[in-house]
Design a protein around this ligand. Structure first.
Ligand code: DC
Length: 223
């Protein structure tokens, strides 16, 4: 039994999960686990090891041995792979598509889900991803599903592509739509709203409004 709650936030690319989970974790005095960064790290690590993104068995090996750590540097969450800060390298268009590809494979998911459960075992954690409320913690104390119109989600992604302006908007939109299809039609843990999740359409909402709405849904959760 964990002594502190687990909160899950799932939804498609650009729905606002990252920004909102950082703010929510801060407001609730919890830590945050970006599960998408873990799939991105598998895509990056496998590329540098020469493991193709369609080789489930070898990708499973990469996922199991991933030397990943999350640290906050100057108030900003950063991701380290084998000691190197890869936060920016994880956010290129190529690695975004690669993460979506590797995340479809069972052995990758099994390895990462096990790590995620272990990292959040004691609670006090906000997890964000695609399956955190359906598969990783179906018994979470609070679950959210964030969504937004595709054009708005693509615009948000367009503004955070690394390097800035490095991908035309039309291409970002095409990639967002392609990842929507890949992530929600795969056989292993497709993107779905979890039973009991609160659905929030963030299309016309500010970050403050979304976080405020989530906090209103959380009273009673011991922090
Ligand atoms: O949230 P993100 O854009 O960083 O996620 C990158 C990819 O990783 C996404 O296209 C699907 C996959 N993913 C997943 O399958 N399950 C998760 N819990 C998180 C991300």
């Amino acid at each position: 039994m964990r002594s502190r709650p687990v909160i899950t936030i799932d939804g498609p690319s650009g729905a606002g999960k990252t920004t909102v989970s950082i703010r929510l974790a801060e407001a609730a005095g919890m830590i945050r686990l970006d599960t998408g960064a873990m799939y991105r790290a598998v895509a990056l690590a496998s590329r540098s090891k020469g493991v193709p993104w369609d080789d489930p068995a070898r990708l499973g090996g990469v996922a199991r041995t991933l030397a990943l750590s999350f640290r906050t540097v100057a108030g900003v969450p950063r991701v380290f792979l084998s000691g190197e800060d890869v936060s920016d390298a994880l956010r290129t268009p190529e690695i975004s598509m690669g993460a979506s590809a590797v995340s479809a494979h069972g052995p990758v998911r099994e390895a990462l889900v096990e790590k995620q459960r272990e990292m959040a075992r004691e609670g006090g954690v906000v997890l964000e991803g695609r399956d955190t409320g359906t598969v990783v913690f179906p018994d979470a104390e609070a679950k959210f599903f964030l969504d937004a119109a595709a054009a708005v989600r693509a615009r948000r992604r367009f503004l955070e592509v690394s390097p800035p302006g490095g991908q035309p908007f039309e291409e970002v939109l095409r990639d967002v739509l392609r990842r929507d299809v890949q992530d929600s039609t795969r056989v292993n843990s497709p993107l779905r709203m979890a039973d009991g999740a609160v659905y929030i359409d963030t299309t016309t909402m500010t970050v403050d409004e979304v976080v405020g709405e989530m906090l209103r849904r959380l009273p009673g959760i011991p922090r």
